[in-house]
Design a protein around this ligand. Structure first.
Ligand code: ZN
Length: 164
């Protein structure tokens, strides 16, 4: 039996044909959050707006504004803009681990683009009775120039790619 765990905790899985799938979905759909007031922000043409549509931050503090060198010229307290910060992991739709005894393989998928697709990384064993390489492990990874890629990849250096 294959045991899956997340952050050290064992995870129970449904065993149909002994293959198991575990999926992490990103429940956070916000890409930006205000460092000062904590509100979810959306990127607008004229700045970052909170959920009420306001570009003004109730927690604005001119002394904490990294854009301002001279506090004299800064907006007053509570009158400046939100301070957007990227929400960690908001680039991911989710990730899945799939162990498949029939294929003798483990596939990890990570979705960062179209949520219907994902990058897939698979390690599997070639069957012992194969003509060539029987019993060896082989790894499949996404690669630049792949047909129908999840997201286009560009080589940074061997084994490392820029995504998109
Ligand atoms: Zn704010």
């Amino acid at each position: 039996m294959f045991v899956l765990s997340a952050n050290g905790e064992m995870i129970s899985t449904d065993y149909d044909d002994d293959s198991s799938v575990i999926t992490f979905e990103n429940a956070e759909d916000t890409e930006w959050r205000c460092q000062a007031c904590g509100e979810s922000l959306s990127e607008e043409s004229d700045g970052y707006a909170d959920e009420s549509g306001s570009l003004v931050c109730d927690s604005y503090d001119p002394y904490e504004d990294p854009e301002i060198d001279d506090v004299q010229s800064a907006p007053d307290f509570r009158e400046g803009p939100h301070h957007p910060q990227r929400v960690p992991l908001s680039w991911a739709n989710g990730a899945t681990i799939h162990t498949d005894p029939d294929e003798d393989s483990i596939t990890v998928t990570i979705s960062v683009g179209d949520p219907r697709g994902a990058f897939a990384f698979t390690v599997r064993r070639i069957p012992d009775d194969a003509l060539d390489n029987g019993g060896r492990l082989i790894m499949h990874t996404p690669y630049p120039g792949e047909p129908l890629p999840h997201v286009e990849l560009t080589t940074a250096h061997t084994g490392t790619y820029w995504v998109g």
